[in-house]
Write a protein that binds this ligand. Sequence first.
Ligand code: NCD
Ligand code: ZN
Length: 351
Amino acid sequence: MPAERLILRRPDDWHIHLRDDAMMKAVLPFTARQFARAIVMPNLKPPVVTAAAAAAYRARILDAVPAGTGFTPLMTAYLTDTTDPDDLEQGARDGVFTAAKLYPANATTNSAHGVSDVRRIDAVLERMEAIGLPLLVHGEVTDRHVDIFDREAVFLEQVLAPLLDRFPRLKVVLEHVTTRDAVEFVRAGAASGRLGATITAHHLLINRSDIFAGGIRPHLYCLPIAKREVHRQALVEAAISGEGPFFLGTDTAPHTVAAKESACGCAGCFTAATALELYALAFDEAGALDRLEAFASLNGPRFYGLPPNEERVVLERAPCTVPDVVLLADGDGVLPFRSGETLGWRYGGAV
Ligand code: NCD
Ligand code: ZN
Protein backbone atom coordinates (compact mmCIF):
# COMPACT_ATOMS: atom_id res chain seq x y z
CA MET A 1 0.00 0.00 0.00
CA PRO A 2 1.38 3.43 -0.86
CA ALA A 3 2.42 5.66 2.03
CA GLU A 4 -0.28 8.00 3.31
CA ARG A 5 2.01 10.22 5.32
CA LEU A 6 5.57 11.27 4.99
CA ILE A 7 7.54 12.76 7.85
CA LEU A 8 10.78 14.47 7.00
CA ARG A 9 13.19 16.96 8.46
CA ARG A 10 12.09 20.51 7.76
CA PRO A 11 13.42 21.28 4.28
CA ASP A 12 15.24 24.33 2.94
CA ASP A 13 14.77 26.03 -0.42
CA TRP A 14 18.13 26.71 -2.03
CA HIS A 15 16.84 29.14 -4.71
CA ILE A 16 14.01 31.64 -4.36
CA HIS A 17 12.98 35.06 -5.62
CA LEU A 18 11.31 37.05 -2.86
CA ARG A 19 11.25 40.44 -4.63
CA ASP A 20 10.49 43.42 -2.39
CA ASP A 21 7.67 45.61 -1.05
CA ALA A 22 4.08 44.44 -1.67
CA MET A 23 5.17 41.41 -3.68
CA MET A 24 7.53 40.23 -0.95
CA LYS A 25 4.88 40.64 1.71
CA ALA A 26 2.46 38.52 -0.32
CA VAL A 27 4.80 35.66 -1.28
CA LEU A 28 7.16 35.35 1.70
CA PRO A 29 4.64 33.70 4.08
CA PHE A 30 4.31 30.71 1.72
CA THR A 31 8.04 29.99 1.77
CA ALA A 32 8.41 30.74 5.50
CA ARG A 33 5.59 28.30 6.30
CA GLN A 34 7.32 25.33 4.69
CA PHE A 35 11.06 25.99 4.70
CA ALA A 36 13.49 26.81 7.51
CA ARG A 37 16.01 28.59 5.31
CA ALA A 38 16.16 29.82 1.75
CA ILE A 39 18.81 31.20 -0.55
CA VAL A 40 17.42 34.55 -1.66
CA MET A 41 18.27 35.68 -5.18
CA PRO A 42 19.63 39.20 -5.56
CA ASN A 43 18.03 40.23 -8.89
CA LEU A 44 16.04 43.16 -7.54
CA LYS A 45 15.79 46.44 -9.41
CA PRO A 46 18.46 47.68 -8.79
CA PRO A 47 20.31 44.43 -8.05
CA VAL A 48 21.75 43.60 -4.63
CA VAL A 49 25.42 44.12 -5.36
CA THR A 50 27.06 45.16 -2.10
CA ALA A 51 27.13 43.71 1.40
CA ALA A 52 25.41 46.85 2.69
CA ALA A 53 22.54 46.42 0.21
CA ALA A 54 22.23 42.72 1.10
CA ALA A 55 22.15 43.49 4.83
CA ALA A 56 19.41 46.08 4.24
CA TYR A 57 17.43 43.63 2.07
CA ARG A 58 17.78 40.94 4.74
CA ALA A 59 16.43 43.36 7.34
CA ARG A 60 13.39 44.09 5.12
CA ILE A 61 12.78 40.36 4.72
CA LEU A 62 13.07 39.67 8.44
CA ASP A 63 10.62 42.50 9.06
CA ALA A 64 8.10 40.79 6.79
CA VAL A 65 8.55 37.23 8.12
CA PRO A 66 5.33 36.11 9.80
CA ALA A 67 5.76 35.75 13.56
CA GLY A 68 6.53 32.27 14.79
CA THR A 69 7.90 30.83 11.57
CA GLY A 70 11.58 31.18 12.48
CA PHE A 71 12.51 31.53 8.82
CA THR A 72 16.12 32.46 7.99
CA PRO A 73 16.91 34.15 4.67
CA LEU A 74 20.39 33.39 3.32
CA MET A 75 21.61 36.27 1.20
CA THR A 76 23.48 36.33 -2.10
CA ALA A 77 25.50 38.95 -3.94
CA TYR A 78 24.65 39.78 -7.53
CA LEU A 79 27.97 39.66 -9.38
CA THR A 80 28.72 42.39 -11.90
CA ASP A 81 31.78 43.24 -13.98
CA THR A 82 32.81 45.64 -11.21
CA THR A 83 32.11 43.61 -8.05
CA ASP A 84 34.64 44.47 -5.35
CA PRO A 85 36.27 41.28 -3.98
CA ASP A 86 36.99 43.02 -0.64
CA ASP A 87 33.34 43.94 -0.13
CA LEU A 88 32.31 40.39 -1.01
CA GLU A 89 34.81 38.91 1.42
CA GLN A 90 33.79 41.29 4.19
CA GLY A 91 30.11 40.45 3.57
CA ALA A 92 30.92 36.75 3.81
CA ARG A 93 32.95 37.22 7.00
CA ASP A 94 30.14 39.26 8.56
CA GLY A 95 27.65 36.47 7.83
CA VAL A 96 25.70 38.58 5.33
CA PHE A 97 26.57 36.62 2.20
CA THR A 98 26.07 32.86 1.96
CA ALA A 99 26.89 32.79 -1.76
CA ALA A 100 27.23 34.95 -4.87
CA LYS A 101 25.18 34.66 -8.04
CA LEU A 102 26.46 34.75 -11.57
CA TYR A 103 23.91 35.96 -14.09
CA PRO A 104 25.34 36.14 -17.57
CA ALA A 105 24.24 39.65 -18.68
CA ASN A 106 20.69 39.56 -20.09
CA ALA A 107 20.23 35.82 -19.55
CA THR A 108 17.00 36.24 -17.60
CA THR A 109 14.71 38.55 -15.58
CA ASN A 110 16.55 41.60 -14.17
CA SER A 111 19.96 40.46 -15.33
CA ALA A 112 20.97 43.45 -17.45
CA HIS A 113 23.65 44.31 -14.90
CA GLY A 114 25.03 40.76 -14.94
CA VAL A 115 28.50 39.69 -15.94
CA SER A 116 29.34 40.44 -19.57
CA ASP A 117 32.17 37.89 -19.77
CA VAL A 118 33.01 35.52 -16.95
CA ARG A 119 36.73 36.12 -17.47
CA ARG A 120 36.23 39.68 -16.26
CA ILE A 121 35.52 38.48 -12.74
CA ASP A 122 38.52 36.19 -12.31
CA ALA A 123 39.74 38.22 -9.32
CA VAL A 124 36.34 37.83 -7.65
CA LEU A 125 36.21 34.09 -8.34
CA GLU A 126 39.75 33.67 -7.04
CA ARG A 127 38.72 35.35 -3.80
CA MET A 128 35.56 33.26 -3.51
CA GLU A 129 37.61 30.13 -4.01
CA ALA A 130 40.06 31.24 -1.33
CA ILE A 131 37.37 31.98 1.28
CA GLY A 132 35.02 29.09 0.34
CA LEU A 133 32.10 31.26 -0.80
CA PRO A 134 29.92 29.24 -3.23
CA LEU A 135 29.25 30.52 -6.74
CA LEU A 136 25.65 30.05 -7.89
CA VAL A 137 25.29 29.97 -11.63
CA HIS A 138 22.46 30.76 -14.01
CA GLY A 139 23.76 28.34 -16.63
CA GLU A 140 22.67 29.67 -19.99
CA VAL A 141 24.64 31.36 -22.73
CA THR A 142 23.08 34.57 -23.97
CA ASP A 143 24.13 34.48 -27.61
CA ARG A 144 20.86 34.91 -29.49
CA HIS A 145 22.24 32.72 -32.26
CA VAL A 146 22.14 29.77 -29.90
CA ASP A 147 18.69 28.17 -29.85
CA ILE A 148 16.88 28.83 -26.55
CA PHE A 149 16.52 25.09 -25.93
CA ASP A 150 20.30 24.59 -26.31
CA ARG A 151 21.53 27.46 -24.15
CA GLU A 152 22.11 25.39 -21.03
CA ALA A 153 23.99 22.58 -22.78
CA VAL A 154 26.18 25.08 -24.62
CA PHE A 155 26.90 26.92 -21.37
CA LEU A 156 28.21 23.72 -19.76
CA GLU A 157 30.75 23.27 -22.49
CA GLN A 158 31.69 26.85 -23.27
CA VAL A 159 31.60 28.50 -19.86
CA LEU A 160 31.21 26.12 -16.93
CA ALA A 161 33.78 23.44 -17.79
CA PRO A 162 36.58 25.97 -18.36
CA LEU A 163 35.55 27.90 -15.23
CA LEU A 164 35.74 24.76 -13.09
CA ASP A 165 39.17 24.03 -14.56
CA ARG A 166 40.42 27.54 -13.83
CA PHE A 167 39.18 27.41 -10.22
CA PRO A 168 39.63 23.82 -9.10
CA ARG A 169 38.49 24.42 -5.51
CA LEU A 170 35.64 26.87 -6.15
CA LYS A 171 32.28 25.56 -4.92
CA VAL A 172 29.67 25.89 -7.66
CA VAL A 173 25.93 25.29 -7.81
CA LEU A 174 24.43 24.96 -11.26
CA GLU A 175 21.01 26.41 -10.56
CA HIS A 176 17.69 25.07 -11.86
CA VAL A 177 19.07 22.39 -14.19
CA THR A 178 16.76 21.52 -17.07
CA THR A 179 18.65 19.02 -19.22
CA ARG A 180 20.02 15.51 -19.17
CA ASP A 181 23.31 17.10 -20.23
CA ALA A 182 23.42 19.12 -17.02
CA VAL A 183 22.59 16.09 -14.87
CA GLU A 184 25.41 14.13 -16.52
CA PHE A 185 27.78 17.07 -16.18
CA VAL A 186 27.06 17.45 -12.46
CA ARG A 187 27.42 13.71 -11.90
CA ALA A 188 30.74 13.66 -13.69
CA GLY A 189 32.01 16.33 -11.28
CA ALA A 190 30.40 14.82 -8.20
CA ALA A 191 33.51 13.18 -6.79
CA SER A 192 35.02 16.58 -6.03
CA GLY A 193 32.13 17.40 -3.71
CA ARG A 194 32.29 21.01 -4.88
CA LEU A 195 29.70 20.87 -7.66
CA GLY A 196 25.98 20.83 -6.89
CA ALA A 197 22.71 21.47 -8.72
CA THR A 198 19.25 22.62 -7.74
CA ILE A 199 16.15 21.20 -9.40
CA THR A 200 12.80 23.03 -9.44
CA ALA A 201 9.41 21.41 -8.91
CA HIS A 202 8.06 22.74 -12.18
CA HIS A 203 10.90 21.23 -14.20
CA LEU A 204 10.08 17.86 -12.60
CA LEU A 205 6.43 18.23 -13.64
CA ILE A 206 6.32 19.86 -17.07
CA ASN A 207 8.06 19.50 -20.39
CA ARG A 208 8.18 21.98 -23.23
CA SER A 209 5.01 20.71 -24.85
CA ASP A 210 3.06 21.67 -21.75
CA ILE A 211 3.91 25.32 -22.41
CA PHE A 212 1.87 25.07 -25.62
CA ALA A 213 -0.88 22.64 -24.57
CA GLY A 214 -4.02 23.92 -26.31
CA GLY A 215 -2.58 27.43 -26.61
CA ILE A 216 0.29 29.45 -25.19
CA ARG A 217 0.50 29.21 -21.42
CA PRO A 218 2.50 32.15 -20.15
CA HIS A 219 2.50 30.96 -16.54
CA LEU A 220 4.59 27.95 -17.56
CA TYR A 221 7.23 30.13 -19.19
CA CYS A 222 10.38 30.36 -17.11
CA LEU A 223 14.10 30.41 -17.68
CA PRO A 224 15.78 28.13 -18.31
CA ILE A 225 12.78 27.07 -20.37
CA ALA A 226 11.41 23.55 -19.86
CA LYS A 227 12.89 21.05 -22.31
CA ARG A 228 11.82 17.79 -23.97
CA GLU A 229 10.31 14.90 -22.02
CA VAL A 230 13.61 12.94 -22.00
CA HIS A 231 15.17 15.81 -20.11
CA ARG A 232 12.34 15.99 -17.60
CA GLN A 233 12.81 12.28 -17.00
CA ALA A 234 16.53 12.78 -16.42
CA LEU A 235 15.75 15.49 -13.84
CA VAL A 236 13.29 13.21 -12.02
CA GLU A 237 15.85 10.42 -12.03
CA ALA A 238 18.50 12.77 -10.57
CA ALA A 239 16.16 14.24 -7.93
CA ILE A 240 15.01 10.82 -6.68
CA SER A 241 18.51 9.32 -6.83
CA GLY A 242 19.38 10.57 -3.35
CA GLU A 243 22.79 11.55 -4.73
CA GLY A 244 24.46 14.36 -2.81
CA PRO A 245 24.89 16.99 -5.53
CA PHE A 246 21.15 17.26 -6.29
CA PHE A 247 18.98 19.34 -3.99
CA LEU A 248 15.77 21.32 -3.78
CA GLY A 249 15.62 24.84 -5.18
CA THR A 250 12.19 25.98 -6.33
CA ASP A 251 13.28 29.07 -8.26
CA THR A 252 9.83 30.37 -7.29
CA ALA A 253 9.74 33.57 -9.34
CA PRO A 254 6.55 35.60 -8.91
CA HIS A 255 5.45 38.16 -11.48
CA THR A 256 2.11 39.95 -11.57
CA VAL A 257 -0.60 38.50 -13.79
CA ALA A 258 -0.29 41.56 -16.03
CA ALA A 259 3.47 41.04 -16.44
CA LYS A 260 2.97 37.36 -17.33
CA GLU A 261 -0.07 37.70 -19.58
CA SER A 262 1.45 40.18 -21.96
CA ALA A 263 2.68 40.42 -25.56
CA CYS A 264 6.15 40.02 -24.06
CA GLY A 265 5.57 38.10 -20.84
CA CYS A 266 8.12 37.76 -18.04
CA ALA A 267 9.89 34.48 -17.28
CA GLY A 268 9.19 32.79 -13.97
CA CYS A 269 6.87 30.25 -12.30
CA PHE A 270 5.45 31.04 -8.87
CA THR A 271 5.57 27.68 -7.11
CA ALA A 272 6.00 28.74 -3.47
CA ALA A 273 2.27 28.52 -2.67
CA THR A 274 2.46 24.69 -2.72
CA ALA A 275 6.16 23.96 -3.18
CA LEU A 276 6.46 20.81 -1.07
CA GLU A 277 3.19 19.43 -2.37
CA LEU A 278 4.47 19.78 -5.94
CA TYR A 279 7.73 17.99 -5.14
CA ALA A 280 5.77 15.26 -3.31
CA LEU A 281 3.66 14.74 -6.44
CA ALA A 282 6.74 14.30 -8.60
CA PHE A 283 8.43 11.93 -6.15
CA ASP A 284 5.24 9.95 -5.60
CA GLU A 285 4.69 9.56 -9.32
CA ALA A 286 8.21 8.15 -9.54
CA GLY A 287 7.56 5.80 -6.60
CA ALA A 288 10.34 7.45 -4.60
CA LEU A 289 8.79 9.33 -1.70
CA ASP A 290 11.39 7.77 0.58
CA ARG A 291 14.06 9.82 -1.23
CA LEU A 292 12.37 13.18 -0.80
CA GLU A 293 14.06 13.90 2.52
CA ALA A 294 17.58 13.51 1.09
CA PHE A 295 16.74 15.87 -1.76
CA ALA A 296 14.75 18.42 0.27
CA SER A 297 16.38 18.41 3.69
CA LEU A 298 19.83 16.78 3.70
CA ASN A 299 21.80 17.28 0.48
CA GLY A 300 21.56 21.08 0.43
CA PRO A 301 22.81 21.67 3.98
CA ARG A 302 25.62 19.19 3.42
CA PHE A 303 26.73 21.02 0.29
CA TYR A 304 26.62 24.42 2.01
CA GLY A 305 28.33 23.08 5.15
CA LEU A 306 25.31 23.83 7.36
CA PRO A 307 23.57 21.51 9.83
CA PRO A 308 20.30 19.93 8.66
CA ASN A 309 17.17 21.17 10.43
CA GLU A 310 16.12 19.20 13.50
CA GLU A 311 12.40 19.90 13.29
CA ARG A 312 10.15 17.39 11.48
CA VAL A 313 7.25 18.26 9.16
CA VAL A 314 4.55 16.11 7.62
CA LEU A 315 3.13 15.66 4.15
CA GLU A 316 -0.18 13.84 3.86
CA ARG A 317 -1.90 12.17 0.96
CA ALA A 318 -4.94 14.44 1.02
CA PRO A 319 -6.53 17.00 -1.29
CA CYS A 320 -4.88 20.42 -1.35
CA THR A 321 -6.30 23.14 -3.55
CA VAL A 322 -3.81 25.59 -4.99
CA PRO A 323 -5.04 29.18 -4.55
CA ASP A 324 -6.55 30.67 -7.73
CA VAL A 325 -4.59 33.84 -7.25
CA VAL A 326 -2.48 35.49 -4.54
CA LEU A 327 -3.47 39.12 -4.12
CA LEU A 328 -0.96 41.86 -3.35
CA ALA A 329 -1.74 44.81 -1.10
CA ASP A 330 -1.41 47.16 -4.06
CA GLY A 331 -4.21 45.41 -5.97
CA ASP A 332 -2.11 43.28 -8.33
CA GLY A 333 -2.18 39.50 -8.24
CA VAL A 334 0.14 36.56 -8.88
CA LEU A 335 -1.02 33.23 -10.32
CA PRO A 336 0.45 30.19 -8.59
CA PHE A 337 1.70 27.24 -10.62
CA ARG A 338 -1.29 24.82 -11.00
CA SER A 339 -3.57 27.68 -9.92
CA GLY A 340 -6.99 26.42 -8.77
CA GLU A 341 -6.09 22.73 -9.20
CA THR A 342 -6.42 20.14 -6.47
CA LEU A 343 -3.18 18.30 -5.71
CA GLY A 344 -3.03 14.89 -4.04
CA TRP A 345 -0.55 15.90 -1.32
CA ARG A 346 -0.93 18.42 1.47
CA TYR A 347 1.68 19.98 3.71
CA GLY A 348 0.62 19.47 7.32
CA GLY A 349 3.19 21.60 9.17
CA ALA A 350 5.49 20.67 12.01
CA VAL A 351 5.01 17.41 13.92
C1 NCD B 1 13.64 34.47 -12.57
C2 NCD B 1 13.01 35.79 -12.14
O1 NCD B 1 11.88 36.05 -12.52
O2 NCD B 1 13.64 36.55 -11.38
N1 NCD B 1 12.90 33.95 -13.68
C3 NCD B 1 12.86 32.67 -14.08
O3 NCD B 1 12.26 32.38 -15.11
N2 NCD B 1 13.42 31.71 -13.39
C4 NCD B 1 15.07 34.68 -12.89
C5 NCD B 1 15.85 33.39 -13.00
O4 NCD B 1 16.06 32.69 -12.01
O5 NCD B 1 16.26 33.07 -14.12
ZN1 ZN C 1 15.95 32.07 -10.19
